[in-house]
Design a protein around this ligand. Sequence first.
Ligand SMILES: Nc1ncnc2c1ncn2[C@@H]1O[C@H](COP(=O)(O)OP(=O)(O)OP(=O)(O)O)[C@@H](O)[C@H]1O
Ligand SMILES: [Mg+2]
Length: 313
Amino acid sequence: VTQPILAVALNAALDITYYLDEIAWHGTNRPAQVIERAGGKGINVAHVLRELGAQPVVLGFVGGVTGGMIRGELAGAGIDDRLIETAGESRRTVAVVERAHGDATLFVEPGPRISDQEWDRLLAAYGRALPGVGAVTISGGIPPGVPSGAYARLLTLAAEAGVPSVLDSESAALRRGLGGRPTVAKPNRVELEELLGRPLPAIGDLLDAARELRDQGAESVVVSMGAEGMLAVTPQGTWKVVPPEKLSGNPTGAGDAAAAALALSLAERTPWPGRLVEAAALSMAAVRAPVAGTFDEAAYANYRERLRAEPLP
Ligand SMILES: Nc1ncnc2c1ncn2[C@@H]1O[C@H](COP(=O)(O)OP(=O)(O)OP(=O)(O)O)[C@@H](O)[C@H]1O
Ligand SMILES: [Mg+2]
C-alpha cells in the first residue's frame, strides 16, 4: 500500500462557478446553475489523488464560514484535512461560464492575511505529517503574510525527511522554491518564460530553460506545454510526450492533475520516463473532464496505454 501524499494548499479557496448564456455587464445576471467546490491548486491535486484511490492529506489555511464550507466539501470527498484555522475569512473564486461563448471570466480574491503564529502552527503540523507520507506537493501562490521563503523551507524539510517533492508554482514563489531542491518542478511554458524573462518558442529553448532550473536546485524539471504535451529533463535522461490528438475540454486544472500524477509516481517509485507518461495521461484525462480536480477515467486508461515517451538527446 502506498503511503499518504501530503498536498500543501496554502491558498485553499471555495470555487464558485456561475453558468449563464451570456454575461450582461452593468446589468443583472441570473445564473442558470451554480456549482460550489473546494479549490485552489493544492486542493485540486488532493481531489485528483483521491479519485485515483490514493490517500491525500491536505495542509493549508482555512477561515470563517467559507473555510467551513471548504472543510465540509473535503470531508464529503473523503480527504484527510489537516487545515489550520486562520482568523480571516477564506477566499472565494468566481468563474462565470458563458454558454454562448464557451468561455469563462474569472474573479480571484486575494485571501486572508496569515499571522506569524498561524504560519508557525502550519510548520509544526507539516513536521508532524512528513514522516508518514510518500510524497509532498506544493502548489500555487503564497498567501499574504506568509514569508517569501516558505516553499524553500517546506521543500528543504521534505528533503531532510527523505520525502520526494513536487513544486508547481510561479513567479517569485517558484524562483525561491527552487532553492529548497524539489525532486520535480513543474512549470508550464508561460511560467518558465516569465521566470527566465525571455520567450521560449522551440523545444530546444524549453530544454535549455529546464536545465537552468535544474542548475537552480530542481532535481528534475517537467515542462507542460498545453496541447503540445510535456517534457521531462531528469538525471536519468530527457523525454517528450506528445498528445495523439489536440483535445477540447477544460484545461484548467490539467497541470494540477500532472502534479498529482508526478507525486503518486514518486511515492510508488515509478522510474522515469514512466512518471512523465503518467503525468501526461492523467492531465489529458483531466482536460476531458468538465471540472478542475477531476478526470475522465476511461480517457486516463486509454492514454496510459497509448502514450509513449520519446527520448531526446
Ligand atoms: N488542449 C490539450 N490537448 C491535449 N492535452 C492537453 C491540452 N491541454 C492540456 N493538456 C495536457 O495537460 C498538461 C498540462 O497542461 P498545461 O500546460 O496547460 O498546464 P497548466 O497551465 O499548469 O494548467 P493548470 O495550472 O491550469 O492546472 C499538458 O502538458 C498536456 O499533457
Ligand atoms: Mg499550472
